[in-house]
Design a protein around this ligand. Structure first.
Ligand code: G3H
Ligand code: ZN
Length: 288
């Protein structure tokens, strides 16, 4: 079923697990995410970036997700990932998104607070959940096989700023910069457990969101979801699985061209990754 995330986050925060949030821009990846969630019996967040919306068309892409979500036997949240303006947020809420992210992390603190508050006021009057970002995420989804670099300290989320940010904006969940980078980097490891602990201490009631989870080991992910990290975003690892399956198709002999034969195995490959992540995040079985 298509659902608002409020109760899902409350349970995840109480029970020490995280809901997987997976990016899509088409039918096959959306099916893979939702079918995996059903198999895992896990609640799931299907998210679209502004780029995905541009690619698929807001109405068309959201209708694919909403129709699969409505038929699903597990809770599915439709979320806008890294929304940059109130305009796109209004458009998404209009077509049925139950959760939105305002990412004004590129702006100075006071401006980030102002735009986030404006979004919160708008979304909350429509019962829509809001995630905002404090500190900044480096990299871009889809980058792979680059050397992992330590994240510069100036972009990490500052524990001293989070209390004020949450209080002044009224935001529901907070995306934090704690050492991960968008994209899957070889040699990248999550090691900022100390920073996460400080952030939890500063805002103990607020679910935290980990972006850039591709490339982070299962061991570290399983450890971080025991904290107040209640949502973990994965995109690049799905793209890598998708691409590998498409390449494998073209590497083998085939006598007939058929998009279904190319995309079907890619869909299966993505589904396998999502199932594995649900398990690592502790979300498997939490839909029941
Ligand atoms: O917002 C989306 C993510 O943070 C995904 O990051 O591509 O490193 O998995 P990733
Ligand atoms: Zn992100």
């Amino acid at each position: 079923m298509l659902t608002a995330p409020h109760d899902l986050f409350a349970r995840a925060l109480n029970m020490g697990y995280a809901i997987g949030a997976f990016n899509t821009s088409n039918l096959e990846v959306t099916q893979a995410i939702i079918w995996a969630a059903q198999k895992s019996r896990a609640p799931v967040i299907v998210q679209t970036s502004e780029g995905a919306i541009e690619y698929g068309g807001l109405h068309q892409l959201s209708q694919i997700i909403v129709s699969l979500a409505k038929e699903s036997s597990v809770p599915v949240v439709l979320h806008l990932d890294h929304g940059k303006s109130l305009e796109i947020i209004k458009d998404c809420i209009e077509v049925g998104y139950t959760s939105v992210m305002i990412d004004a992390s590129r702006l100075p603190l006071l401006e980030n607070i102002a735009i986030t508050k404006e979004v919160v006021d708008y979304a909350h009057s429509r019962q829509v959940w809001v995630e905002a970002e404090l500190g900044a995420m480096l990299g871009a989804e889809g980058q792979k096989e680059l050397r992992g670099e330590p994240v510069p300290v100036e972009v990490l989320t500052k524990p001293a700023e989070v209390g004020r940010f949450v209080e002044e904006t009224g935001v529901d969940a907070l995306a934090v910069s704690v050492g991960t980078i968008h994209g899957a980097f070889t040699g990248q490891e999550f090691s900022s457990f100390e920073l996460v602990a400080q952030l939890v201490q500063a805002v103990p009631e607020v679910p935290l969101v980990l972006h850039g989870a591709s490339g982070i080991s299962d061991e570290h992910l399983a450890r971080v979801v025991e904290t107040n990290v209640c949502k973990v975003n994965v995109d690049t690892e799905l793209r890598i699985a998708f691409e590998a399956a498409v390449r494998a198709y073209f590497d083998t002999e085939h006598d007939k061209l058929d998009p279904r034969k190319i995309l079907g195995p890619a869909r299966e490959a993505v589904q396998v990754v999502v199932e594995k992540k649900n398990k690592v995040f502790g979300a498997s079985g939490k839909a029941d």
